[in-house]
Design a protein around this ligand. Structure first.
Ligand code: ATP
Length: 199
């Protein structure tokens, strides 16, 4: 599995639609200060479901939408799509190629798409659990992150190892099952109360 392309439109400094194509091996993105190199990494974080505006270096989520320049009006929406080569089926879907798209409108409306079909954020998150690619994954190492990992609390460092060893999805499933069990216990208590009242 590898990142084949990133398509951005209206996202941060990228007003026009632009496609970055990647191939096997190492690709470097170079440019003067402030030219938008970090915005490319932000685009990947965002499309993978990042909800924390601070991580995207903004004040509100709408700050990711192109806000205009002297010569160009602001745009009304931002869109990012990443395409992964999935010929090794590391992502557990039948497709050879997987495209994840996220759009956000100034009105606040937003949507996620998986290979062109509208889906939930949860579907995207589940697709990438344990691949290291999710927004919490270790495939995007931001500035200062190595220092943070080395000086982080043991529980937080553990999360990173959980992702690398592939047990995150089982932990999430366990949590959901425990929550269901607790809800059922409460329901059972209520039924018992009603039965006692009826007797
Ligand atoms: P450096 O090398 O200094 O780290 P960089 O190449 O990584 O810089 P970025 O931080 O990616 O640059 O891009 C910053 C630029 O993006 C700034 O010029 C900023 O004005 C522009 N920018 C950020 N958000 C928006 C937005 N919503 N609309 C328009 N431009 C934006």
């Amino acid at each position: 599995m590898y990142l084949k392309s990133i398509e951005v439109q209206g996202f941060k400094s990228f007003a026009n639609k632009i496609v970055f194509e990647f191939h096997n091996g190492i690709t470097g993105i170079v440019g003067p200060n402030g030219s938008g190199k970090s915005n490319v990494a932000d685009a990947v974080r965002w499309v993978l479901g990042e909800q924390r505006v601070k991580q995207l270096r903004g004040g509100t989520m709408q700050d990711v939408i192109f806000s205009g320049t002297e010569n160009r009006k602001p745009l009304s929406f931002a869109s990012v799509a990443i395409t992964m080569d999935n010929s090794d089926h590391k992502l557990s879907v039948a497709y050879e190629e997987v495209t994840v798209t996220r759009r956000l409108y100034r009105s606040g409306e937003s949507e996620y798409l998986l290979n062109g079909t509208v889906c939930r954020l949860k579907d995207i998150q589940e697709l990438f659990y344990d691949t290291g690619i999710g927004k919490e994954g270790y495939s995007i190492i931001g500035q200062g992150q190595i220092d943070r990992i080395l000086s982080t609390k043991p529980e937080e460092a553990r999360e990173l190892f959980d992702e690398a060893t592939g047990i995150v999805k089982f932990k999430k499933r366990k949590k959901t099952a425990e929550k269901k069990l607790e809800d059922e216990k409460q329901n059972l208590l209520r039924v018992n109360d009603i039965l006692t009242e009826l007797e």
